[in-house]
Design a protein around this ligand. Structure first.
Ligand code: SF4
Length: 419
């Protein structure tokens, strides 16, 4: 049974875990029906959402194993210098909480992270224990995402990979300089070792399956990471290039970007009054989407001369405005990859265009039915040789059409009467 002491620990640890976005969305407010108190209300506990490998959205208990960290990362609320309440759960306690919450239908799985307690091996060993208890004692088949702790024995990473659905290592920054400055105890080389090991494990299972049709599993939902946006001078370009390298080198499923939220005062960090750069974070997600689904290369999205995004335009529109020589593009001739570069056309609608062209030519009236955002696309395409935009392709004009509109002060209905 769950006791008050354990729930108190959970409250502290879910609060400490909320800055990690590498399992997707933030907390949920879900009140339970129990009138007897105790665990009848999940509102206070961290529940986040993630996506299973079959695309289902699932809710997860998101917690740290401990916030008692031996490291002193400048940006982190749990750093060793901070005078905060420190608590740790045992592996049995984490497993019990997961099962009890699962039985009450609060969650479908677990996202378990941890501060570095004692040393990396000790921490990773505890994470493996949680996995063993859940999978073997409780026969829990639900989704589990755990952290791979850099510096831990590869054998422990292997054991975790055989039991977890997803694993993640947070690289936090795109440059070694930033990591050295803000997280001096983290070794940049060691960050990539577990990623390489996880990739190798996933590849081996895939190969074995191809050869023997074995159904063995190793991190079946893949691995992910997180980068913090705006805590250092790392540019958008360097973050995007890091993401591209991680996707290519380690086959990551997702890179998450987290706008920096100041929690500590430190001479190497932005001030405590800094607002989180949410729009920048949003632009990075959009650009990341272009890397993964639109066949863009990072060099095309941000050139050497542009270190950061123009926040007024999404990265695809920005690319189009810089490359107007490709437009207007004839919708009946452009290949799939070029169609993807037209603002307003996504992978699904580009496929529909290509399919439709096998039957006959695509007309302007067909575009809406195919899911194309015509009010954007019409400036960049021709249909059967006809242009439907209401002006010529001219960068300044298009910037006015698609850029932010100036804000006018709203006139009061009564200003004339009283003025
Ligand atoms: S290792 Fe660094 S980022 Fe992780 S919990 Fe400890 S202080 Fe925080």
């Amino acid at each position: 049974m769950l006791n008050e002491g354990l729930l108190e620990k959970l409250k502290v640890l879910t609060e400490s875990a909320k800055y990690d976005v590498s399992c997707a969305s933030s907390g949920i407010e879900r009140s339970g029906k129990s009138k007897t108190g105790g665990i009848g209300n999940a509102t206070a506990f961290g529940i986040c959402h993630s996506w299973a490998s079959d695309g289902r959205c699932i809710s997860l208990l998101k917690t740290l194993m401990t916030n008692d960290c031996i490291y002193n990362c400048a940006y982190c609320v749990n750093r060793s210098d901070n005078d905060i309440k420190r608590v740790s759960m045992t592996a049995d306690e984490v497993a019990l909480l997961t099962i009890e919450f699962y039985r009450r239908n609060y969650i479908e799985g677990l996202f378990l992270s941890s501060a570095i307690e004692v040393n990396p091996d000790y921490t990773m060993e505890k994470i493996v224990q949680v996995l063993r208890i859940l999978r073997m004692r409780y026969l829990f088949n639900g989704y589990i995402h755990v952290k791979a702790i850099p510096g831990a024995d590869p054998m422990l990473i292997r054991q975790a990979g055989e039991l977890a659905d997803r694993m993640s290592v947070n690289i936090e920054f795109s440059s070694v300089e930033s990591l050295k400055l803000l997280a001096p105890q983290k070794n940049p080389q060691k960050l990539f070792l577990p990623m390489a090991q996880i990739k190798q494990g996933i590849d081996e299972v895939r190969e074995d399956f191809g050869k023997y049709r074995h159904k063995s599993k190793f991190v079946p939902a893949g691995q992910s990471t997180q980068m913090i946006v705006g805590a250092t001078r790392d540019s958008d370009r360097s973050m995007l290039f890091s993401a591209q390298n991680l996707y290519r080198r380690f086959g990551l499923k997702r890179v998450y970007y987290s706008a920096y939220v100041p929690v500590n005062s430190d001479s190497h960090l932005p001030s405590l009054q800094t607002t989180p750069p949410l729009l920048r974070e949003h632009r990075l997600y959009q650009a990341d989407w272009l890397l993964r689904f639109y066949h863009f290369d990072a060099t095309e999205i941000l050139s050497e001369h542009e270190q950061n995004f123009d926040l007024d335009f999404d990265p695809k529109m920005n690319w189009a405005l810089r490359n107007l020589e490709h437009f207007p593009m004839e919708i009946n001739q452009a290949d799939y990859r070029m169609l993807l570069r037209v603002p307003g056309i996504g992978p699904v609608s580009a496929k529909r265009i290509v399919e439709q062209r096998k039957i006959g030519t695509v007309g302007y009236d067909d575009l809406k039915k195919m899911g194309i955002v015509v009010k954007r696309a019409k400036y960049f395409i021709t249909c059967k040789g006809l242009f439907y935009g209401d002006y010529r392709l001219e960068p300044e004009y298009l910037k006015r059409v698609f850029g932010p509109k100036p804000e006018y002060e709203q006139m009061s209905l009564f200003s004339e009467i009283h003025g």
